[in-house]
Design a protein around this ligand. Sequence first.
Ligand code: COA
Ligand code: ZN
Length: 297
Amino acid sequence: MNQRVDIVEVGPRDGLQNDAAELSIAEKVEFIHRLDEAGVRRMEAGSFVSPRAVPKMADSAEVFRQINRGVSQSRIALALNEKGVRRAIDACADEINFVLVAGEGFGQRNQKMSPQETADMLAHCAPLAHDANIPLSATISVAFGDPYDGDVDVAVVANLAARAQRAGVAEVGLGDTIGVATPWQVRDVFERVRLEAPDVFLRAHFHDTRGAALANVYAAVEAGVNIIDASCGGIGGCPFAPAATGNVATEDVVFMLERAGFDTGIDLDKMIETAKWLETILGHKVSSSLARAGRFP
Ligand code: COA
Ligand code: ZN
């Protein structure tokens, strides 16, 4: 059997939180169901943050209520404080992904917390998820560079991962929120994190702001990471990161990995079709290469 790389689709959350388009709840639900049809098994379906901070995610509870639920699909809720974790539990999320930050500048603007305060908050909230029997993961945002403070110390990232592991988190993602990582840095940072948090599964989250996202996926897979975040069409970005652009596109990642013999479980044709459908809903082109060029052969 081919080596497996699992995709976590983040389009309905990271993608839609930053797109200018105003999608109705029905359109968000249809997007999620189309992604299911394309073979997605884990997906960030919404976030439970302040509606004033991120208005586009204000309707996440209703989206969670309306989407199909089943044992084969894991609907992930993003949260970054106690109120968010409680709302995610109320929405019967299958998993909660908690946001840690590796940089002070971004941390204050995104969630009004320092890196260590985000880890304190995670330790405070983890028992809530645990008591509700909901698996908890964490994404360390700006792990490769902070838009306000510049370079991020790898020791801070590794320490946050170790603190997440101690809090009982099963999976830690490293987020390149502003698309500044290089493949060599990806290798080094994942290696360091693995040393200091050896018991967690590792996940990679890259934005393609400066064109290196696919190369970074390659580097992460070479470093032994087999869970990759990606968004259909390559839509998205963070409202608190200047000039943010979308995640690496799911169809581009799937194309690259499947051509190389990895198994992702994603139906590439259906993912491209969903990216093209998304263009009609968003009212603009998406940025993925596969939506433009089509598959081969
Ligand atoms: N869900 C809904 N509302 C929330 C909330 C949550 N998770 N957390 C806080 N709020 C509400 C509070 O109830 C309060 O409402 P009120 O003014 O009507 O009483 C208001 O937000 C301010 O609460 P406070 O605790 O003072 O928050 P803050 O102003 O210090 O902001 C965050 C901190 C974390 C709430 C806010 O920065 C945030 O939600 N950021 C999200 C950033 C994000 O999602 N980025 C993209 C993904 S990484
Ligand atoms: Zn992101």
